[in-house]
Design a protein. Structure first.
Length: 412
């Protein structure tokens, strides 16, 4: 099977994703997508008429983020109208899935030049949504709820920590490490190769640096934060007294949930976008493109929808098996820090060297623009492989519905 090469990757800085508080919140999400698509084209002198497809991830496809954001962002970026686009939703896993599907198109011989990526403006989440609306609570969804109760993800994180016996102290320690590593990476310029500034329409700079990190974080400060999901666990969802806690207890009747996640050890709410350029070896050679990495293997895995966040470990094992590799063959790991327990359980279950995992910090420090994060992590891992002169990285993340995509990349 032919290779799929990664030629380049870029992303925006991540802006605080709260209306009126973040530097990007006044922009249209299409503009963020256009920013990275413009940059990837300019950096690689692309003839955009030869871009076979643009595969984009956006989790909340409603309002301003609806209407095939990948195609519209490409048009906004001035791409040739021949370059097609599609937008998909695998919740948090969308940005890895877009790269995986782009790689599959190239490796199958169906396409030669594909751009993958994603956009998410979390500052828009909830806008245009009727108050109190929760999709799984819609009338007509009773059968699915009976089969697979699916609570709010923060409540799931607390449930997993309770089931696994992982104390808050361990989660806070991991959150502190994330902040410290992100701060060190920013100061050392580890993200400079991939980060492109976002400009306003008038040409002024909207954001050219990471806006979310809190380098002043201390362990004592984290220990004083109030758990975020205890009240949510018991919030009445219907007139029958259904709550997220009861949903979990339908499947785990004896579980007493201890609430250990809070704003400091959960992923940050941010806006951002990312793009990854993939090409076939033939196209890269014909156009004098220097490949930076190749796709070794990709995988998808489902796990319990009720716990929602536990699929990364089986997904990582699956992609390693498909690649005919062991964990010792992986130099760097990126596991999205949706919540501290996701990364902590991943490290414990796979018995990983912590010095190889999320070495530049993660979403607890930098934020998690849902549909874009996977593509961001792939670019971050690639940059770090090059900086350290290492060979392989494995990237994975949990996603709604109890899923996790995964990918192994290898420097060329």
């Amino acid at each position: 099977m032919p290779d799929a090469y990664i030629i380049d990757a870029c992303r925006t800085p991540r802006g605080i994703g709260k209306p009126g508080k973040g530097a990007l919140t006044h922009l249209h999400p299409q503009h963020l997508g256009a920013t990275v698509l413009s940059a990837i084209a300019e950096r690689n002198n692309l003839n955009t008429a030869e871009v076979d497809d643009i595969i984009w991830g956006t989790s909340s496809q409603r309002g301003k983020q609806g209407g095939d954001l990948g195609r519209m962002a490409a048009l906004d970026a001035g791409y040739n109208i021949k370059s097609s686009g599609v937008t998909l939703d695998r919740f948090c896993g969308s940005g890895i899935t877009t790269v995986n599907l782009a790689a599959a198109q190239v490796m199958s011989g169906m396409e030669d030049l594909v751009i993958a990526g994603g956009t998410e403006m979390m500052s828009l989440h909830g806008q245009g949504v009727p108050e109190g609306e929760i999709p799984l609570m819609d009338a007509g969804n009773e059968h699915l709820r009976e089969l697979h109760p699916q609570p709010q993800q923060g409540v799931c994180a607390d449930a997993i920590a309770s089931l696994e016996g992982i104390p808050r102290e361990a989660l806070d320690e991991l959150a502190l490490v994330s902040q410290q590593r992100a701060d060190a990476a920013i100061k050392a310029g580890h993200f400079d190769k991939s980060v492109v500034p976002v400009h306003n329409r008038d040409g002024s700079v909207a954001l050219d640096h990471e806006e979310f990190p809190r380098p002043q974080t201390t362990l004592d400060g984290l220990s004083q934060l109030k758990p975020s999901f205890e009240a949510m666990a018991d919030f009445p969802l219907d007139g029958e007294g259904l709550t997220f806690r009861k949903m979990i207890n339908q499947v785990y009747p004896d579980l007493e949930i201890t609430h250990v996640h809070h704003a400091g050890n959960s992923s940050g709410v941010v806006d951002g976008a990312a793009a990854v350029l993939l090409a076939s070896p033939e196209y890269a050679k014909a156009h004098d493109m220097k490949p930076r990495a190749r796709i070794v293997a990709t995988a998808n895995m489902g796990d319990s929808p009720t716990l929602m966040l536990n699929a990364p470990v089986p997904s990582a094992k699956k992609v390693l098996e498909k690649a005919n590799l062991t964990k010792d063959d992986i130099d760097l790991w990126e596991i999205n820090e949706a919540f501290a327990v996701v990364a902590e359980k991943f490290i414990r279950d796979l018995d990983l060297d912590r010095e190889k995992v999320n070495v530049n910090g993660g979403s607890m420090a930098l934020g998690h623009p849902i549909g874009a994060t996977g593509s961001i992590l792939i670019g971050t891992a690639l940059d770090e492989l090059e900086r350290r002169d290492l060979q392989r990285a494995l990237i994975t993340m949990c996603a709604g519905g109890g899923m996790a995509p995964a990918i192994v990349i290898e420097r060329v």
